[in-house]
Design a protein around this ligand. Structure first.
Ligand SMILES: Cc1ncc(COP(=O)(O)O)c(C=O)c1O
Length: 493
């Protein structure tokens, strides 16, 4: 690329410059970090829309020449981003930004009816990588376990008994019968202080986040703290309400109190029961310290209990909200227990925020669909929800065990953490199978879709180990074993 901005790629960015200029700072990074920096810059350019979907990328040879880097680095960057679904490529035909879903390909080896693992927001579902054989990306439960017949029975029963008047505009907080059923279930299962009057039915943790974001923004807050590492979706959701996010570092126990206090934020989003993505459960001290902080400054905590229902070898840890329902907004959903496509969730709201949250919910959508709410109420009340959790819990434990066994056998020396709960683990593969860029590129070539831990935060360890966030719940035990086998073969283990 020349300074005047003409490039062989020649795609103009929004400011009329060729978009490849965005990559120049990465190309100038120290050699050790250059490959990774290039991947990050390219990923960010796609995420931010500066490289629009459908844009054709220059050939690896052209881009390498424009940027003054080796062709191998560009090839690796294209392969990695293709595996992640940001790019799509046809052998010999070129590489484009974004990808179309190829029905039946992603997750085809999973035995789950083709369920693609995807982060919240559907981004990955749209940009499924073309040649994925086993998809270890976290975020989706096994959709084939959805209890179709029990759900259908609940639907029939609801349609038979619901009076006409129940089909009018609902209470924006949700149907009283569902609020009552959920309050009972959450108090029992998660130890929350669950007053049905303070429970607001919403469209998942995602909407709980935006409702709270709008309310806090209207109160004058401009920033919200998010865990580092954490869920990228938290940042995106709060950003849509006009709030900026501030990374707050975690250690093995939870959020570190000093950086939190120094950050100036007055609200945070956290995942204390099973931190996403590290998988740690916050220690009792850190839970207490967070609540002390909130009380001292009059701040608020959004507790995202996204997979609180899944525990394998440890006693359930009660929700943080149970310790201080006036400072903690608790949010959960059926996205992991039933299906994310239902878009049904709940939040328990401190008294001081309740009217504002309910008014936001009202003006946003006038409440969730009545029939769905009534069916969920029926399903919970008749014991279907507990049965479903028991069933999934058994299946997921078996898949987790299959993953741990396969990693131990095929990638010896791999340390796995965050295994006691949830639908994913962290695997730290020793440097001898790395370095990380090559490991990820080889995995992509072998048709194994992976997410590296670095995608979720700011830490960039230099020990050469490969840190992965591996989602397993949507994969059958044999698909898990096949995926690890493909990985091991690809990296020469
Ligand atoms: C950390 C985290 N929070 C929340 C969600 C789910 O959000 P929702 O309940 O809106 O589907 C997910 C889904 O993958 C998640 O990973």
């Amino acid at each position: 690329m020349t300074p005047s901005g003409t490039t062989s790629g020649g795609v103009p960015g929004p400011a009329g410059q060729p978009a490849w200029e965005l990559l120049l700072p990465a190309a100038g990074a120290p050699a050790r970090r250059r490959g990774r920096a290039l991947q990050e810059a390219l990923r960010e350019a796609v995420r931010s829309g500066r490289l629009a979907a459908g844009t054709r990328l220059p050939s690896t040879r052209e881009l390498a020449a424009d940027l003054g880097v080796s062709r191998g680095l560009v090839t690796e960057a294209y392969e990695q981003l293709t595996a992640e679904g940001y790019l799509r490529g046809e052998r010999g035909a070129g590489t484009w930004v974004g990808g179309a879903v190829r029905a039946g390909r992603v997750g085809a080896a999973t035995g789950t009816g083709g369920a693609a693992a995807a982060g919240p927001g559907g981004r990955d579902a749209v940009a499924g990588a073309p040649d994925v054989r086993v998809d270890f990306r976290p975020g989706t439960p096994d959709l084939s376990l959805f209890p179709r017949s029990a759900w259908a029975a609940a639907q029939r029963s609801v349609l038979a008994r619901l009076p006409h008047r129940a089909l009018g505009y609902p209470d924006p907080r949700g149907l009283p019968e569902l609020r009552g059923a959920l309050a009972g279930m959450l108090a029992r299962r998660r130890g929350v202080v669950a007053d049905p009057e303070r429970l607001v039915v919403c469209s998942g943790v995602a909407q709980a986040s935006t409702l709270l974001g709008f309310v806090l923004r209207a109160r004058g807050l401009r920033t919200v703290g998010v865990e580092d590492p954490g869920s990228p979706e938290h940042g995106r959701l709060f950003a849509s309400t006009g709030m900026e996010t501030v990374w707050l570092p975690l250690d093995g126990e939870g959020l570190r109190p000093e950086p939190l206090a120094a950050s100036g934020v007055r609200a945070v989003v956290v995942t204390p029961s099973h931190q996403f993505p590290s998988g740690i459960g916050w220690s009792a001290e850190r839970r207490a310290a967070l609540l002390d902080w909130a009380r001292t400054i009059g701040g608020y905590v959004l507790e995202d209990d996204y997979d609180g229902d899944f525990r394998y070898d440890r006693a359930p840890v009660g929700a943080l909200q149970g310790l201080d329902p006036e400072r903690v907004v608790y949010a959960g959903s059926v996205s992991k227990s039933l299906a994310p496509g239902l878009r049904l969730g709940w939040m328990l709201v401190p008294e001081a925020l309740l009217d504002e949250v309910v008014e936001r919910k009202r003006t946003m959508d006038l409440g969730n669909p009545v029939l769905d709410q009534a069916v969920l109420a029926e399903f919970v009340t008749r014991g279907g929800y507990d049965r479903q959790l028991r069933h999934c819990q058994r299946a997921y434990r078996e898949r987790r065990d299959a993953l741990l066994a396969a990693l131990a056998a095929r990638l010896p020396g791999t340390e796995v953490s965050g295994i006691a709960a949830g639908l994913h683990v962290i695997a730290r593969v020793p440097a001898r199978f790395g370095p990380p860029e090559r490991f990820l590129a080889r995995a992509a070539e072998a048709g194994v879709a992976l997410r590296s831990l670095e995608e979720y935060g700011t830490a960039r360890p230099s020990d050469g180990d490969v840190r992965l966030v591996i989602g397993y719940a949507h994969l059958s035990p044999s698909a898990v074993a096949e995926g690890v086998g493909l990985l091991a073969g690809a990296v020469g283990a």
